[in-house]
Design a protein around this ligand. Structure first.
Ligand SMILES: Nc1ncnc2c1ncn2[C@@H]1O[C@H](COP(=O)(O)OP(=O)(O)OP(=O)(O)O)[C@@H](O)[C@H]1O
Ligand SMILES: [Mg+2]
Length: 220
């Protein structure tokens, strides 16, 4: 089982948007997938209530994460996405420590970039691979490249793909879908699939479940 923790101390960075989109990509690719929602705002749980379909979303407190991880393994889950609350140092650190890969969504804007140090410090405490993912980026703006260069010059790892500000990301979730279901051939769908494939590569997880693999098999 592979686990991604999505953390950012800054509110509205795009954590839940990224969490539900990555989880649906994995689910549609045949992986047994679940989301752990550690945010008391319960945004991912409310999205799931509207969706009424997989992937499953489980809400709990960060202290319960070890039990949730064990339950997911016992259920032969392949892929877990942990969504976290903003301004939640301890919970974010617990999530980060449990992860194979940490993603830190960040808008390419001055206030957001200024605030990223606190989240990157948490990620380094966890000693897990952590990447900043530029999110809600304005389309056709030099801000993305400028932000990437600025972050890299501070020694941050920046994911090679960005999520741009696209209506499909915000509209699709209204009724419990994601951009890949709302507009399968749209630019938002392509962007999240690129990020999903890249994240799989980072974790050594196959993008797609092997077609010949029987259902109910044990995961790695
Ligand atoms: N790439 C995007 N394109 C368009 N809208 C986006 C994008 N990413 C996020 N949004 C919108 O921005 C808002 C904040 O996103 P989201 O809830 O994912 O952030 P968050 O980091 O989870 O927030 P919080 O810190 O409150 O948990 C939402 O209205 C969401 O629909
Ligand atoms: Mg959220």
């Amino acid at each position: 089982m592979k686990t991604i923790a999505i953390i950012s101390q800054k509110g509205g960075a795009g954590k839940t948007t990224l969490a539900v989109h990555l989880a649906v990509c994995a689910h549609l690719a045949g992986h047994r997938t679940a989301i752990v929602d550690l945010d008391p705002q319960a945004t991912a749980r409310k999205w799931s209530d509207k969706r009424k379909a997989e992937p499953e979303v489980v809400g709990d407190q960060a202290e319960r994460l070890p039990f949730l991880l064990e339950a997911a393994r016992n259920n032969h889950a392949d892929f877990l996405v942990i969504d976290t609350a903003p301004n939640a140092d301890r919970a974010s650190l617990i999530a980060a420590r449990a992860a194979d890969l940490i993603l830190i969504p960040c808008r390419p804007a001055a206030f957001d970039l200024d605030a990223i140090e606190a989240t990157c410090d948490l990620a380094s405490l966890a000693r897990k691979p952590a990447w900043v993912l530029l999110s809600s980026a304005p389309v056709r703006s030099p801000l993305v490249e400028e932000s990437r260069l600025g972050l890299e010059s501070q020694g941050r790892l920046v994911a090679p793909h960005a999520l741009h500000q696209r209506v499909a990301f915000s509209h699709s979730v209204i009724d419990g879908r994601t951009a890949v279901e709302f507009e399968p051939f749209g630019k938002a769908a392509t962007e999240i699939q690129d990020i999903y494939k890249w994240a799989c590569g980072q974790m050594g997880m196959p993008t797609r479940l092997h077609a010949s693999e029987p259902a109910g098999r044990k995961s790695a």
